[in-house]
Design a protein around this ligand. Structure first.
Ligand SMILES: [Zn+2]
Ligand SMILES: [Zn+2]
Length: 318
C-alpha cells in the first residue's frame, strides 16, 4: 500500500491527461481535425445508435400519445445526457474511479497478503458465464444502490434531481446530479472489479445496463409478454416516479431488470397509467435549471446539518 500522496499524484496525472485530450477534442471542433475527436466520436456510437432507435420508437410506437416531444426541460435533459454520458468520465470519473480502485486493490493485498484469488478463478470461467454472473451481480447491486438513494437522507437530496422531471422520455434517463453520478461510478464499477471481474467486461456490462435504462424511461410501449417479469420497462418504471408514492417506501427500484423487485416484493404495477403526476410532494418548488439543481442538494444537506446541531441538547456547565 502506497502513501496518500502517491494516489493523489496518480489521480492528478490521469486527470491532467484527460483534460488535455478534452481540450484537443474542443480544438478539433474548431476545424483542425484530430485523432482525439475521432476516438471520442467512435466511443459515442453505442449511445448514438440507442438514442436514435428509441427516439424513432417514441414517434412510431408511443405509449402516452398526448405527451409533447418538444417539451419544457428538453434542452436541460439533453445537456445532462451530454455531460453525464459523453463527458463525465473524461472530466472527472475515470481518474477518480481508477485511483480509488487501485488504492483498494493495494489495501486488499496488504490485508490478505496476496493478490485477488477470485480474479484468478474468474479468469478460468468461460466469458459468457462470467458476463451473465456479472450482469446478475451488477443488477442486484444496482437494486441495493437505488434503495439506498431513497432511504439515506443525504443521498435522497441528490437523487431528487432525477425525480424532479414532470415527464418521462428517453432524454431524462440521464437527469442525475453529479454527486449521484459519482455514487454510481463507485457503487457499480468498483465492487465487481474488486471481486475480480475484468475491468473491461465490467465497463461493457455497465454500458449495456445504462443503455437499457434509456428504454426504461422512454415513452414507448412494446408488448413484452412474459419477458415483462425480466426486463424493466416504461410501464413499470413510471410508478417509481409517481409523486404520490412515498420516496422511502418506493417501488420498482430495478434498473435493467425487474427480477429483484419481483423477488423482494417491491414490484408495483396496479394498472398501466398514462396520466400519473410525477415527482415528489414539493416538486413544483424545485429549481428547473442545471445550476439550481446542482446547488440545491448541498443547500438542503447543509440546512439539515445546521438543524441537527441546533436541536442538540446543550450540557449546561455549573
Ligand atoms: Zn429513484
Ligand atoms: Zn428513473
Amino acid at each position: 500500500m502506497e502513501s496518500f500522496g502517491f494516489y493523489w499524484n496518480h489521480f492528478v496525472e490521469l486527470e491532467t491527461q484527460n483534460l488535455r485530450s478534452l481540450l484537443e477534442i474542443l480544438g478539433s471542433l474548431g476545424g483542425h481535425g484530430g485523432q482525439s475527436l475521432r476516438t471520442w466520436l467512435f466511443q459515442q456510437i453505442p449511445l448514438g445508435i440507442t438514442l436514435s432507435i428509441l427516439i424513432a420508437g417514441e414517434f412510431v410506437i408511443p405509449w402516452r400519445r398526448h405527451q409533447r416531444k418538444w417539451r419544457p426541460g428538453l434542452g436541460l435533459d439533453m445537456f445532462y445526457t451530454l455531460v453525464h454520458t459523453a463527458l463525465f468520465f473524461l472530466l472527472f470519473g475515470e481518474a477518480f474511479v481508477t485511483t480509488v480502485v487501485l488504492a483498494c486493490m493495494d489495501a486488499i493485498e496488504l490485508v490478505t497478503g496476496t493478490a485477488n484469488n477470485a480474479a484468478i478463478y474468474l479468469n478460468k470461467v468461460p466469458m459468457w458465464a462470467r458476463v451473465l454472473a456479472m450482469l446478475a451481480y451488477a443488477e442486484f447491486q444496482s437494486y441495493i444502490g437505488h434503495w439506498l438513494l431513497h432511504n439515506v437522507g443525504f443521498l435522497w437530496e441528490f437523487h431528487k434531481v432525477h425525480h424532479c422531471s414532470p415527464v418521462l422520455d428517453v432524454w431524462n434517463a440521464q437527469r442525475f446530479h453529479a454527486g449521484e453520478k459519482v455514487f454510481w461510478s463507485l457503487f457499480s464499477a468498483f465492487p465487481p472489479i474488486l471481486i475480480g471481474f475484468p475491468p473491461r467486461e465490467v465497463v461493457s456490462v455497465t454500458i449495456l445496463t445504462v443503455l437499457l435504462s434509456y428504454y426504461t424511461h422512454s415513452n414507448i410501449r412494446i408488448p413484452l409478454g412474459p419477458l415483462k417479469y425480466v426486463f424493466n420497462n416504461p410501464q413499470l418504471h413510471i410508478w417509481h416516479h409517481a409523486a404520490t408514492i412515498d420516496p422511502k417506501r418506493n417501488v420498482n427500484y430495478g434498473d435493467a431488470t425487474c427480477v429483484f423487485d419481483y423477488l423482494f416484493g417491491t414490484a408495483y404495477l396496479p394498472e398501466e397509467r398514462t396520466n400519473l403526476k410525477l415527482g415528489f410532494s414539493d416538486v413544483d418548488d424545485y429549481p428547473t435549471t442545471f445550476l439550481g439543481q446542482f446547488v440545491t442538494p448541498f443547500r438542503a444537506i447543509g440546512a439539515g446539518i445546521k438543524d441537527r446541531i441546533a436541536s442538540r441538547p446543550r450540557v449546561l456547565s455549573r
